[in-house]
Design a protein around this ligand. Structure first.
Ligand code: ADP
Ligand code: MG
Ligand code: MG
Length: 211
C-alpha cells in the first residue's frame, strides 16, 4: 500500500510547478488557438507563487498544504482555470485535513472531492471539452483498477493513459464551456489547454509514485 507524507506531497507540488513551467509556452499556444493565449502564463504564475509558499506549511498537515495551494491558485492564476484548479486543491485539502500521511483510499477520496468541486463550480460535464475530460476518465480508471486489485502505482499509470486519451478526445469535440465555447464548432480540431494541463499534473503525480 502506498503512503504519502507531507514531504511527498510538497515534493509532488513542486514537481507540478516545474512541469507547468516547462510546458508554459505549449499550454499558452494551445490556448491561443481556441482561447486568449494565457493558460500557460496563468498557471505558471500561480504555481510559482505556490512554490514560494510551500515551506511555510511543512510543519502543518497535508490538508493545510493543499488548502493553501488552492487559495494561492485562486488568488494568482485568474481566468477560468484559477478558481477551478483552486477549488480542486482546496477540496482535496478538506479531505486530508489534519492528516500527516495519506494512503490509497485517501487519495481516491481526495481526487473524487476535487473533481466534484470543479463540476459544481464550473457547471461543466465530461464531453464539454474542458479539464474534466482529462480528470474524470483518470479517476474512473484509477478506481476500476484498484477494485481489480492492482497496486496503486499500476492503477495510476493506467489512469494517466486514460487521461491522455481524454485529452486526445477533446480535439474531436466542440467546446460547451469556457471561452472556447464562443467558437462553437470552430473549436473542433483543437486540443483543450485545460485538459492538457490536468493531464500533465496527473502524470507528474504518477511519475513520483512510480519511483
Ligand atoms: P481563461 O479561459 O479565462 O483565459 P485559462 O486560459 O487559464 O482561462 O483556462 C482555460 C481552460 O479552463 C479551458 O481550456 C478549460 O479546460 C478550462 N475551463 C474553462 N471553463 C471551464 C468550466 N466551466 N469547467 C471546467 N473547466 C473549464
Ligand atoms: Mg485563456
Ligand atoms: Mg484569460
Amino acid at each position: 500500500k502506498l503512503i504519502l507524507t507531507i514531504n511527498d506531497v510538497a515534493k509532488i507540488i513542486s514537481n507540478i510547478a516545474e512541469v507547468i513551467e516547462e510546458n508554459k509556452q505549449y499550454l499558452t499556444d494551445l490556448d491561443a488557438a481556441i482561447g486568449d493565449a494565457d493558460h500557460g502564463i496563468n498557471l505558471d504564475r500561480g504555481f510559482k507563487a505556490v512554490k514560494e509558499k510551500i515551506p511555510q506549511f511543512l510543519d502543518k498537515d497535508i490538508g493545510a498544504i493543499l488548502k493553501n495551494v488552492g487559495m494561492v491558485l485562486v488568488s494568482t492564476v485568474g481566468g477560468a482555470s484559477g478558481p477551478l484548479y483552486g477549488t480542486f486543491f482546496m477540496r482535496m485539502g478538506s479531505i486530508a485535513l489534519g492528516k500527516k500521511a495519506i494512503g490509497d483510499n485517501d487519495i481516491v477520496a481526495m481526487f473524487e472531492a476535487g473533481l466534484s468541486g470543479i463540476k459544481e463550480r464550473g457547471k461543466a460535464q465530461a464531453g464539454d471539452k474542458t479539464m474534466i475530460d482529462a480528470i474524470e476518465p483518470a479517476l474512473n480508471e484509477l478506481k476500476k483498477s484498484l477494485e481489480d486489485g492492482l497496486k496503486f502505482n499500476e492503477a495510476l499509470s493506467i489512469a494517466v493513459n486514460a487521461s491522455y486519451s481524454g485529452v486526445e478526445m477533446t480535439k474531436k469535440i466542440a467546446a460547451r464551456r469556457g471561452r472556447a465555447s464562443y467558437l462553437g464548432d470552430r473549436s473542433i480540431g483543437h486540443q483543450d489547454p485545460g485538459a492538457t494541463s490536468a493531464y500533465l499534473m496527473i502524470k507528474t503525480v504518477a511519475n513520483y509514485v512510480d519511483k
